[in-house]
Design a protein around this ligand. Sequence first.
Ligand code: FES
Length: 155
Amino acid sequence: MPQIPEKIHELTVGQLAARSGAAVSALHFYESKGLIGSRRTSGNQRRYSRDTLRRVAFIRAAQRVGIPLATIREALAELPEERTPTREDWAHLSEVWRTELEERINQLNRLRDHLADCIGCGCLSLESCVLSNPDDVFGERLTGSRLMVDRGGRG
Ligand code: FES
């Protein structure tokens, strides 16, 4: 990884890519989504402030644990004056995101367990296959108090 001399305060997109490990196309994408910003030189070339490196590291770390870009953008936008995340910001947000990650893992575990029932079955029944009818829409529409409410609304 190439070192950037301390006296250099702005980076070209190539330098930022080389130093951060992100592809140039990814950096352009982050910029198009408002996650990082640059200024343009008189020759219309992008220049990134040095602290964009930390911002990119933050974005990539969050992406690795599956945090959607929109959520990352919201988190960055909530920082005072949209500053680059500090060590404390990352510590706090990673704690919040760990909870979300655990919930997603639990959700995937439940899906895996349901999928195990489908293996070798193939019925895709709305009555008995949880993956085919995850919200039990069929059951809700045709039974119990929900039916009574529907009838009441029409009559
Ligand atoms: S396909 Fe039969 S239970 Fe899912």
